[in-house]
Design a protein around this ligand. Sequence first.
Ligand code: BGC
Length: 874
Amino acid sequence: MTDETVPAPQNVRFEHHQPGALGIGAARPRVSWTLPHAPAGYRQAGYELRGVITAADGTPEEFGEQVEGDAQVLVPWPARPLGSREAVLVQVRVRSAGGGWSAWSDPTSVEVGLLGPQEWEAALVGPDDSGVAPSDRRPPLLRGEFTVPDGVRAARLYVTAHGLFEAEINGTRVGDDALAPGWTSYRHRLRYLTYDVTDHLRPGANVLGAWLADGWYRGHLGFDGGEWDIFGDDVGMLAQLEVVTAAGRSVVLRSDGSWRTAPGPLLSAQLYEGEVHDARLEEPGWSAPGFDATGWQAVRVTDLDLSLLAAPDGPPVRCTQELSPLSVSEPEPGRYLVDFGQNHAGRLRIRADGPAGTRVTLRHAEILQDGELCTVPLRAATSTDVLVLDGAGEREWEPRFTLHGYRYAEISGLPAGSPPEVVSRVHHSDMARRGHFSCSDPDVERLHENVVWSMRSNFVDVPTDCPQRDERLGWTGDIQVFAPSAAFLYDVGGVLSEWLHSVAAEQAHYGTVPWYVPYIPGPGWDPTVPGAVWGDAAVLVPWVLYERTGDAELLRRQYPSARAWVDQVLGIARSEGRDLLWDTGFQLGDWLDPTAPPEDPTRAMTDPSLVATAYLAHSARRLARTAEVLGEDDDARRYAELAAEVARAFADAYLGEHAPAGARTQTSYSLALTFDLCPDEETRDRIGDSLAALVRASGGTIHTGFAGTPAVTDALSGSGHLDEAYLLLLAKECPSWLYAVTMGATTTWERWDSMLPDGSVNPGDMTSFNHYALGAVADWMHRVVAGLAPDAPAYRRIRFAPRPGPGITAAAASHETPYGTASIGWTLDDGVLAVRAVVPPGAEAVLDLPGLRRELGHGTHVVEHRLREDASTP
Ligand code: BGC
């Protein structure tokens, strides 16, 4: 029986992958779908998945399964586990409570990669440059010849590298991604990529050519001078090319000792320093058949542990946007200053022409000082690309193996009087956009836009701190505080799932969660020393992903890591004489609170032990919730009790009437409130009042660092002090969120005053204009200003709870939830709050306005509600 009123499901997808994805790593990929609309009262009573598994030799196998119930997000794989190279087509239909079936969805496909070391027949090959000083090594080219039979129906290239690679077949680029294979903790995991190269091949002789560079694997990396060869010195490529013909599957290319290598036209290529390309050294036709490679050297074959190879969970880095110059000036003949109007991570693409040997130099910076590039914030990351022309005519050029963080560029070496043709190509992990926000205050909208740009600039395969200076590391604390905002704005499930593999692996290796992951040597950053706020990422990031996407399997996978973190810290807090306070060892605490001096960002107002202990209570409680979701009931009980004990210890030490000065700060009160550490209502009220009084006394300027910033607005709005929350949000004096906006910021800054009120750059040697951590307020803007929050995992139940406050008369947010688009928009006019909320089919919602609460089914809801005079308190 069909039910005409229920539409066919749409957006049928496999976890973390776009429809049509190749080379996924899951043998049992979970499936999700949405319904574009549904009749009032519709509830899914069951679903059916059907499909065809096609083995690599083309043999089809049908499957199908009907399941009772209303699950439509990450439902279990309905058939036998998929094998390597198998492709699958899936369709879904749903049954409503009345018993009728919808039409079938369009089919969605996905193809599995190589699921195990036994599938690989290739070896890792590269140049033998072990005798050369790292800074003198030239990025090599590699070349492998192979023969392709007639009648190729499909061809796949499975490939990875030590270092970075770009592949070409017969002179044509493979793929459009950048910085492949990305950055993992290479000792534990090395991702390979899968490309469809059917159209690259021709019957007979073919050539695979590869550009290689040091990248994260052996490049110059890290602060205070950095180090080379951190993961090894053997750059190389592992490539296996397989074709399917009528005769079946065959491996036509495996990288091996027959490959040849030679230095290419790149003189150097480093992530921090940039790239030098000498076009005079190019050898035409090097990656096509017929090229004479006799002058090239034999490759070195490295033994690679093939069990490290894994398919990516997340999308690759690629160019997602091109920015044209906002203005170009010529301060001196032939030296051009370009303003792209937006700070971002990317690289330039220019057109250039000139006599052979002309050096075109591209320099990058986030800001100008006295009308010139200010490169002080870059520290040792010189961020300079050079193209040496070959005199053979105009060419278009973009560096391959580097990335810079900048708004401005200086281009020199081109003729005077003719501004260069240039665009900036924005690069980051190519995640799907999920969330949007707008409101009646243009400065707040710009703040939000800045948060989005800092997120884009810093999701470069791993979630990093900054895109410009000699760091760009996966600092755990930064993403810990920013994860809720990130998960609203973009589909971060893949990138963060991938990064969490590395977190767990490094934690197991070092015995604690390192300050940044992947870990590289950094003076002063001992990876065996635990630090609160940062290490808590092991518990809190998986939880945020679960809350936003409903992925309980990810929680399960990360559970040993989360538990090991809490166990370790509880062990410290219970060790001799500690009374459950984490008051020992090195802490970053409320890093970068605005009172800390430029040269010592840990010298915050708030006691670092207070921050550490608050986080211990919070993480233990989250771990208890995690255990509950996973059915680990004993753990759930135990960690809940331990969390309560730590909370009591916290209250005794820090919440008394005569608490020490380091416990009477915006951050301490905010953590106590948002982590629910107050023993009773009375204390809660007192702490809330104290926080509000501090904010009023500071005229709305902010006094929190990395730890307090994500909490302070929630602490105020959740304790009846909405006016003060808006006072903070809308303040423009330094330090405040809008201060940076008034100074022309286009991204969020690392410090509240990265640029001082007089327009000069903060003298601290750690001054970035593109860090996302202090942008963590975006999450509050989404949940409380606009009013869109998850109330059950994956937004199966949505909480629309806008809290209009002084200074904002309208706001809106939308989010592509796993169930479809949810949105809210409100205006406040003459005391009447007009709300329009949209709930996707399959989800439900609660509308929670001051003085009104209503349950909402799916569909569009319009509500007008007169607020009481004193309605600014929830
Ligand atoms: C990074 C941070 C990081 C911090 C830890 C900085 O250099 O840029 O964002 O969390 O160090 O101390």
